[in-house]
Design a protein around this ligand. Sequence first.
Ligand code: FAD
Length: 324
Amino acid sequence: MPNIAVFIEQRDGAFKKVAWQMISQARKLADANGGEVWGVLLGGDAAAAAALAGKHGAHRLFAAADGLERYDSERYGTALAAFCRAQNPDLVLIGATAMGRDLGPTAAAKLGCACVSDAIGLKFEGGAWEVRRPVFAGKCFVDVVPKTAPAIVAIRPNAFMAADGGGAAAPLASFDAGQAQAAPKAVVREIVSADGGRVELTEADIVVSGGRGIKGPENYALIEDLAAALNAAAGASRAVVDAGWVDYSHQVGQTGKTVGPNLYIACGISGAIQHLAGMSSSKCIVAINKDAAAPIFKVADYGLVGDLFEVLPELTKAVRGIRG
Ligand SMILES: Cc1cc2nc3c(=O)[nH]c(=O)nc-3n(C[C@H](O)[C@H](O)[C@H](O)COP(=O)(O)OP(=O)(O)OC[C@H]3O[C@@H](n4cnc5c(N)ncnc54)[C@H](O)[C@@H]3O)c2cc1C
């Protein structure tokens, strides 16, 4: 029975959306192949997680809290490994976030199991898992078949869609996270956020992105202003990142972040296939481009043919006016 465990990431009590996306996808695989989907929560509000995990398709939620409120790779790695030893899941899914990229290999090293990073696809065929991930800076994809059970797989945020199955809260169970044996070798005293509280791209409901059409780094403020007015995250095409106008953390696309907001506003972005790979699952796409033949208009729900230097200040002013 290919039981799938999904790590539910929480920071300061806030859950990452990628957990619900992974649970939804895992439930589809479990329904087709048998087995259960289990949420695994370390720290945080177990009742709230159980409600959300159940709603998205989890059969059960395992939670441990003791000394796990704040992320620490040693403690979390020990806890996740202890969970796997006790419950024997076939597969463990973790979001490929900053935390997940640290936790996955840490737990895998403790368990001596396979760890596949940065996955964008997952199948169960012929009794084996097949994990798709990009290689060579996104130029090719490989399908990896992990040979251990469990195998740990880090899934890119927004690679899958979250589906609200409307299920009841998942039954809750606690587990021994092995903390009594874990002697911390380091203590996290303080976390200082580098982004100054900005909305995180992969979590955002609205994303405003700028492309080469902004002409220079000084004009990225037009993107940030509209993003701030909409309480949105600010993204960019790779052209803008490669030119050094904004840092890589803003890049949307095949070799950047995959976003799945309700609204994506592409400003001065042509719509290259590698950019679309990171945003085409957005629910509503608005494109602002002065070239009516730009490929971005083929995927846009609403297109505005015009000069972004005229459109964006007006749009930002209008949004501010409406939102007070
Ligand atoms: C392996 C690989 C991986 C890649 N990964 C990514 C990735 O992750 N993300 C990504 O974005 N790209 C990626 N790329 C690059 C991609 O192929 C494109 O080169 C890039 O997306 C182009 O960025 P752009 O649309 O900003 O620039 P351009 O293609 O130069 O488009 C600029 C657009 O701005 C418009 N414009 C110009 N002036 C104005 C104005 N005043 N008002 C309105 N519109 C205006 C133009 O009409 C044009 O459509 C990758 C490429 C490769 C080979």
